[in-house]
Write a protein that binds this ligand. Structure first.
Ligand code: IDP
Ligand code: MG
Length: 153
């Protein structure tokens, strides 16, 4: 049986500016993933630096923080069986030029500095990232009438 997981997802400023928020959310929803928290915000520099702490010191770090704080992002938590791997696969390779068609980066992106989306890469990262962006009680627990048609009991 698949593990029920949560992934912290960011629809980054380029995707919001390009009017792709609805398209990207629709893909996650159609896949069957459940949105359990969602907000629109301009990510602060402090939050961006915490979120991307593993990349501090790399040549692209300053540009990455500038990019992610430049304009509103949509930040959400997606839940579902194996959600972490499923969302990473839907997002596609970090470098959009290497991302296969059918993925978000493979369909809408060209360069790594404007790669549209973020998703947690492990259970540990997801817990850390959810804690950066959301209060402990922010994620809602609810059932959808369609759930039995997406996940067998
Ligand atoms: P991921 O988003 O697929 O997990 P990471 O390697 O964790 O990829 O990098 C985090 C983010 O940093 C990328 O999504 C991208 O926005 C940015 N980034 C990574 N490598 C580069 C680079 O070489 N140049 C510019 N930005 C980069
Ligand atoms: Mg990463």
């Amino acid at each position: 049986m698949a593990d029920n997981q949560r992934s912290l997802v960011i629809i980054k400023p380029d995707a919001v500016q390009r009017g792709l928020t609805g398209e990207i959310l629709a893909r996650y929803e159609r896949r069957g993933l459940r949105i359990v928290a969602l907000k629109l915000e301009v990510v602060s520099r402090e939050t961006a630096e915490r979120h991307y702490a593993e990349h501090e010191g790399k040549p692209f770090f300053a540009g990455l923080v500038d990019y992610i704080t430049s304009s509103p992002s949509v930040v959400l938590i997606l839940e579902g069986p194996d959600a972490i791997g499923v969302v990473r696969t839907m997002n596609g390779a970090t470098r959009p030029a290497e991302a296969v068609p059918g993925t978000i980066r493979g369909d809408f992106g060209l360069t790594v500095g404007r790669n549209l989306v973020h998703a947690s890469d492990s259970v540990e990262s997801a817990a850390r990232e959810v804690g950066i962006f959301f209060d402990a009680d922010a994620a809602l627990v609810y059932q959808r009438a369609i759930d039995p048609w997406i996940v067998e009991a």
